[in-house]
Design a protein around this ligand. Structure first.
Ligand code: SAH
Ligand code: SF4
Length: 387
């Protein structure tokens, strides 16, 4: 069993590598520093004859201070700054558009150097100075969940670590949240949900590298408890995610029978519900204090009956879980309707009675197509035009 899993994991990683982004280097040869691991940064500087403390200084300027201009790195002597600026760059994605919803949700369309685009969303808490940044990990998605707009866009490519970290840094720029607040201080951009475009566990290496950078205490310093990664159920990668990153896990369940899940989350044909829930039972660090979130999109007449709610309770037995009920967010041409409020409430009541916290997520940013499952870009078309 574990041999099978590791073979499967190798296969997933090899396939993922085929979709890797172009090198993060400018046409003039300058290398992008955002997105390098600490070890890689040390190695880049060692190649210039610089000691490791230089990497520490740079890390502080890039990720703690949020500086993009070498000239502003005042703890580094002038000639050295000039030398660094000749060889390196500290970049941000270009925001092709920025839209703010009537409910204050903000959505960016970020464009990368090769012209590909993804969307990132900030969802401020309306009652406190905090909020979640929803970041993307792929341009498009290989999976095609029936209710998801991103799923109608073929996978164009993976995002690199620089592009994943860059979304969060650019969002922070937008609200002026630099230097990075220390852990006990309040943050406006206080949590990250890896729930944007793409399946993060099909781009594991880049996602893991980016999250390690974001969690590093000498830089952005966002703790793993403030990061939630959502997967549609890539079972072989879930263990690694738990062991290596220890972030919170969210699982897109959406159905209680394999028959229905096969249809609406086609990955279920590979990793059926039982295997998925076994992987959840094994997920390191899951406890009553740190529950696994199960996402359940409410589709009218499809998966929202009381009997299904009771079956959900039965399936989740023994897993420290909470359930997020997400009203289906429509998109142009989408094939479903949102469950009625009454139906959603009686579904929730059954879960609550069984002792599960099951908030009904209020849709945010629908007017700018920024709500769950509404993200999509034109990147496919750009690619076809080039080809
Ligand atoms: N690929 C990952 C993460 C991105 S999707 C995953 O599938 O988990 C984030 C969440 O939004 C998932 O639970 C997804 O199933 C849900 N979602 C997708 N389309 C939706 C829609 N139209 N309305 C509501 N939620 C949707
Ligand atoms: Fe991909 Fe997630 Fe959308 Fe499914 S729900 S198509 S896995 S982004």
């Amino acid at each position: 069993m574990s041999d099978l899993t590791s073979t499967e994991r190798e296969r997933i990683l090899a396939k993922s590598a085929l979709f890797n982004p172009p090198e993060a280097t400018l046409p003039d040869g300058r290398r992008e520093l955002v997105g390098l691991s600490r070890e890689e940064l040390v190695a880049e500087l060692a190649a210039l004859g610089e000691k490791p403390f230089r990497a520490k200084q740079l890390w502080h300027w890039i990720y703690h201070q949020g500086v993009t201009d070498f000239a502003a790195m005042t703890s580094i002597a002038g000639p050295m700054r000039a030398k660094l600026a000749e060889r390196f760059t500290v970049g941000r994605p270009e925001a092709a558009t920025v839209q703010t919803s009537s409910d204050e949700t903000r959505k960016w369309l970020f464009r990368w150097r090769d012209g590909q685009e993804v969307e990132t969303v900030y969802i401020p808490d309306r009652h406190a100075d905090r909020g979640a940044v929803c970041i993307s990990t792929q341009v498009g998605c290989t999976l095609s969940c029936r209710f998801c707009h991103t799923g109608t866009q073929k996978l164009v490519r993976n995002l690199g670590a620089a592009e994943i970290v860059g979304q969060f840094m650019a969002a922070r720029d937008s609200y002026g949240e630099w230097p990075s607040p220390k852990d006990d201080q309040p943050r406006l951009l206080s949590t990250i949900v890896v729930m944007g475009m793409g399946e993060p566990l099909y781009n594991y290496e880049n996602t893991a590298k980016a999250l390690r950078i974001i969690m590093d205490g000498e830089g952005i310093g966002l703790s793993r408890r403030r990061i939630t990664l959502s997967t549609s159920g890539v079972v072989p990668m879930m263990d690694r995610c738990g062991q290596e990153l220890g972030v919170n896990l969210a699982v897109s369940l959406h159905a209680v029978t394999d028959e229905l899940r096969d249809e609406i989350v086609p990955l279920n044909r590979k990793y059926p519900i039982k295997e998925l829930l076994d992987a959840c039972r094994r997920y390191p660090g899951a406890s009553n204090a740190r529950r696994i979130t199960f996402e359940y999109v409410m589709l009218r007449g499809v998966n929202d009956s009381e009997a299904e709610a009771r079956e959900l309770v039965r399936l989740l037995q023994g897993i420290p879980a909470k359930i997020n009920l997400i009203p289906f967010n429509p998109w142009p041409g989408s094939p479903y309707q949102t469950s009625t409020y009454e139906q959603t409430a009686s579904f929730a009541a059954i879960l609550n009675d069984a002792g599960y916290s099951s908030p009904i997520r209020r849709p945010r940013g629908r007017d700018i197509l920024a709500a769950c499952g509404q993200l999509k870009t034109e990147s496919e078309r750009v690619r076809r035009a080039v080809a």
